[in-house]
Design a protein around this ligand. Structure first.
Ligand SMILES: [Zn+2]
Length: 495
């Protein structure tokens, strides 16, 4: 039997799902909407399936994936209503959009790996930021690296089918893997930080560390761009966030210091993406990760929503920092628009790994509190994230705008889960889905008439023993690992 022949879809294993999976009045509305959309899509699918011709070649139309950590509809709504996110609004206008269910544990390292593999952590092997190992008879924590992943990801599968992918800043990509295209890692170290009070979660690019870029001969160019961003960082931040109107208190300064590195990382990845597109404009899938949407919300939620807290910041602190989250969302919107201008006609997916909400509402938020107590928003209960898909094979069905042209969050449908993202991408690219994946294509966002594919195909798996053996050789202990382990300990994530 040919591996490309359609196979019956295996029943999906259960995964821990939270947020909008719980029944509620609004979820009923969403369920009805999803059902309507799905019926429309199935009709489209049936129409598409009626022809005898089968597509056997992958589809060569560019797809841009913007991976925005922690992007939250409730933050976006007032900005969309006020016309402050024009790029996202434009994509919503001509595309499909709604909630993307998240999962637990709601750690970005785990979820972004599930998004890239279509599999639960038990299968992909990344369970946390760190794992335990006996070193000289003593228990020690080690960072997960790309070599710990036990199954192929989007970029591996695309390459196997002759498609070119550029992956920039995605979680758990250090050391960079050999791909048909380019990979710029999110390097999981603290090389940029020297303050033990700083709570660092995400990696970034680090000067002087090998293996962060594939192909390796591109690493020097990427490091030059990092240096360029560093040299201009103050100016970029002033442009983005302005200058505080009032003297900055110690606590707020600490919040800013714990956030600034993520703007540096985002500015670098965006710069690298633009450079890459100018040098190598032909690609099949470009994936760009932006993390500041998550980090800014963790640190500055209380300044943007003081009414939710027993001990809100004072008016001068709010005047200084009340718009940091908004400013970063607007920054993300603007840079997505700039990148899309370089690839006119590309299909686009914007997605987040989870949403975000207030926490620690009764805390006093003192400078010497442990970092886990000074964050004013979090997502450990897996609030649903965002998906917007437009252009190419994506449908424009569905609208959650009311008569006043305001977004009605109760009308947003649940379009799928983080596990459904990879099967959806493979479906639109005409690549078979692995039967061992835990998600399914999000039919509600697909217009089968536009995909150019006549059926969704499956293979038992995309994995093979040779590839897996190569993975083990990529396991590497991160630079400055002990320093970062201490930070995780101080945040209460490990003991
Ligand atoms: Zn987070």
């Amino acid at each position: 039997m040919s591996p490309l022949v359609r196979a019956p879809r295996p029943s999906a294993p259960t995964h821990r799902c939270a947020g909008i999976c719980a029944p509620s009045r609004s979820s009923k509305i969403r369920t009805v909407l999803v059902a309507c959309l799905t019926v429309a899509s199935v009709i489209g699918a049936l129409a598409g399936c009626s022809g005898k011709e089968k597509t056997t070649k992958p589809t060569r139309a560019p797809l841009v994936i913007f991976a925005l950590d922690g992007l939250e509809w409730r933050v976006m709504k007032p900005l969309l209503d006020a016309g402050k996110l024009p790029v996202m609004a434009g994509l919503m206008e001509r595309g499909a959009y709604g909630y993307l269910s998240s999962m637990q544990p709601t750690y970005s390292a785990v979820i972004w790996t599930s998004i890239a593999t279509g599999k639960v952590p038990e299968k992909h092997g990344i369970h946390h930021f760190v794992y335990e190992e006996a070193v000289n008879g003593k228990k020690a924590y080690r960072y997960y690296t790309s070599g710990h992943r036990r199954t192929k990801a989007l970029w591996n599968i695309l390459g196997d089918h002759g498609l070119v992918s550029h992956t920039i800043g995605w979680w758990m990509t250090y050391p960079a893997e050999p791909v048909n295209g380019t990979m710029v890692s999110q390097t999981n170290t603290t090389g940029v930080l020297h303050n033990p009070q700083v709570a660092l979660w995400k990696g970034s690019l680090i000067k002087g560390v090998d293996g962060q870029v594939y192909p390796p001969d591109r690493q020097n160019r990427v490091m030059d761009l990092l240096a360029e961003v560093d040299a201009n960082l103050d100016g970029v931040e002033k442009d983005l966030f302005g200058t505080p109107a009032n003297p900055v208190d110690e606590f707020s300064q600490m919040m800013w210091d714990q956030t600034e590195w993520s703007f540096r990382a985002d500015a670098t990845y965006v710069r690298v993406a633009r450079d890459l597109l100018e040098a190598q404009p032909d690609f099949d899938v470009l994936s760009l990760y932006i993390g500041g949407t998550d980090v800014a919300a963790h640190r500055f939620w209380r300044y943007a929503h003081p009414e939710q807290f027993t001990h809100p910041p004072n008016p001068k602190q709010i005047e200084n920092f009340g718009r940091i989250i908004e400013d970063h969302y607007r920054y993300a919107d603007r840079v997505m628009g700039e990148i899309l201008q370089l690839v006119p006609g590309a299909a686009v997916i914007i997605l987040s790994d989870h949403g975000m909400h207030a926490v620690n509402m009764d805390n006093e938020f003192k400078k010497d509190d442990p970092p886990i107590e000074t964050t004013s928003a979090h997502h450990l209960d897996a609030p649903p994230g965002v998906i917007i898909a437009a252009g190419g094979p994506f449908t424009s069905a569905g609208s959650a705008w009311n008569a006043k042209h305001e977004l009605d969050l109760t009308l947003l449908p649940r379009l799928g889960s983080v596990l459904d993202v990879l099967p959806t991408i493979l479906a639109v690219k005409g690549i078979p889905i692995g039967e061992d994946m835990d998600g399914s294509p999000m039919r509600a966002i697909l217009d089968f008439g536009k995909t150019g594919i006549s059926e969704i195909r499956y293979v038992p798996t995309h994995d093979d023993a040779k590839w897996l053996a190569g993975q083990t050789a990529r396991i590497r202990h991160g630079v400055d690992e002990s320093e970062r382990i201490e930070q995780l300990r101080s945040l209460g994530y490990i003991k």
